[in-house]
Design a protein around this ligand. Structure first.
Ligand code: SDX
Length: 430
């Protein structure tokens, strides 16, 4: 066993030895768990730019190389050679499945895609123009009120049942949220369709006529699911972990993750990015928007650009761009004006010193909206699709945390800058 390295911290002449933990990959980690009890001080890291909140074996990102690994497998290989439910198995259980394991897992997921019939009533409580993310937060949270046999996070069997239910039912819930928002009848899942085809069928088929899923669109949809499956300790995953640390039930934790993902700085960026491309409209207006994004006095940002971890190309964006070309060609819109604007925006931004110095590159959200719109989805469905795909990541991380014997409730401290203790003043004396 290699001798453990330590970091020495000296405060008021007293030195503290802090263990340095060595990862399989990525930066070393200074273990500060005993710092407060030993030195009486906190560390300060709003936004967690330098903080590892947990250890994990699920996903690794090398931001400088632009590398993303799920259980060690590079995302570009998974996107090309695997498919979403196989990636789900690897994320949930730690390894790629055998053919028999995969067949059993796919059958299990397929047979749990329907939701309790009484849950249909939840949708009817929303306004038709409710954002589908609002509906998903509500309905997924309400799963706690239905699936009582899989709400106990301390029961391994119930954890497994909840995991399968969430992965299986999220496409059904997302499709129902879409159908409800456009006033069309809900379409039940079909067990003869694969996961991505089933989702497209539930979204786009109508009782009035046969709907045949285009296999190229289904492949593109499946690939989009794979590209969004998990991503280390991003904001929504950290939300799920923090919620679960109190012992909250899985459906409440995943609903919290959906709520966090909705923000335009996170999963809501795919909707915001397409709306930005539409606002730019034509290539000649790009310099105006780049100037705004660079203007210190304007908090405007280019949606789909930049990332806390990637300081190189987001490998998912590279795969997504390739998929966009395929889908647009299939849909006969290869000269899609939005794609032209996106490609020219990327070219001009990457040539600009501001973006180069700050290492701002297109992220997963930059091209995804172009594909989803070409497939027929409204912008309001972009983030629900992200949430659908990320559910397996949230669930995998949730399970991993619950298996950790050192699990403690997450309870950050603070740098208090408010009033020191003062006496109450009666209202007549104020
Ligand atoms: C996702 O964490 C994950 O892994 C998330 C995700 C996942 O799979 O879970 O990858 C999914 O959320 C992708 C990101 C989607 N969001 C966007 O595209 C929104 C636009 N991007 C930004 O708001 C921003 O880049 C973030 C939120 C993504 C990252 O923000 P950080 O890491 O907190 O960086 P920062 O805000 O400190 O920015 C550093 C500098 C700042 O300039 P200075 O104050 O140093 O002068 O870069 C600038 C920022 O102003 N900057 C941008 C910019 N993003 C950062 N300037 C213009 N346009 C941008 N998009």
């Amino acid at each position: 066993m290699a001798e453990q390295k330590t970091a020495t911290l000296t405060i008021d002449g007293i030195s503290y030895e802090l263990p340095i933990l060595s990862p399989t990959a990525g930066p070393n980690v200074i273990d500060i768990r005993k710092l407060y009890s030993q030195a009486g001080v906190f560390t300060y890291d709003p936004g967690f730019t330098s903080t590892a909140a947990c250890d994990s074996t699920i996903t690794f990102i090398d931001g400088d190389k632009g590398e993303l690994l799920h259980r060690g497998y590079p995302i570009d290989q998974l996107a090309e050679k695997s498919h979403y439910l196989e990636v789900c198995f690897a994320l949930l259980y730690g390894n790629l499945p055998s053919a028999e394991e995969l067949e059993k897992f796919e059958r299990l997921v397929t047979n749990h895609t329907m939701i309790h019939e009484q849950m249909h009533n939840f949708f009817r409580g929303f306004r038709r123009d409710a954002h589908p993310m609002a509906t998903m937060v509500g309905v997924v949270g309400a799963m706690s009120a239905f699936y009582h046999d899989s709400t106990d996070p301390n029961d391994p069997h119930q954890r497994e049942v909840a995991s399968i239910r969430l992965v299986a039912k999220m496409p059904t819930i997302a499709a129902m949220a879409y159908k409800y928002s456009i006033g069309q009848p809900f379409v039940y899942p079909r067990n003869d369709l694969d996961y991505a085809s089933n989702f497209l069928h539930m979204c786009f088929s109508v009782p009035a006529e046969e709907y045949h899923v285009n296999p190229i669109l289904a492949r593109a949809m499946d690939r989009i699911f794979t590209l969004h499956a998990d991503h280390e300790q991003n904001a929504s995953t950290s939300t799920v972990r923090l919620a679960s640390s109190s012992g909250a039930n899985p459906f409440a934790c995943i609903a919290a993750g959906i709520a966090c993902l909705w923000g335009p700085a996170h999963g809501g960026a795919n909707q915001a990015c397409l709306e930005m491309l539409k606002e730019i409209g034509t290539v000649d207006r790009i310099p105006e928007f780049i100037a705004r994004a660079k203007d210190k006095n304007d908090n405007y940002r280019l949606m789909g650009f930049g990332h806390r971890v990637y300081k190189n190309f987001d490998p998912r964006a590279t795969v997504m761009k390739k998929s966009a070309d395929e889908v647009l060609e299939l849909m006969g819109v290869e000269d899609n004006p939005l794609l032209q604007v996106a490609m020219e925006l990327e070219k001009q931004a990457l040539a600009d010193p501001y973006f180069a110095e700050k290492k701002l590159f297109p992220n997963v959200d930059f091209y995804s909206g172009i594909i989803l719109e070409a497939m027929g989805f409204p912008t309001s469905m972009f983030t629900p699709i992200f949430a659908l795909a990320r559910t397996v990541g949230w669930v995998s991380q949730w399970k991993e945390q619950l298996d950790d014997p050192q699990l403690k409730i997450g309870r950050p401290r603070q740098l208090y800058m408010g009033e020191a203790a003062i006496d109450y003043v009666d209202i007549e004396d104020r």
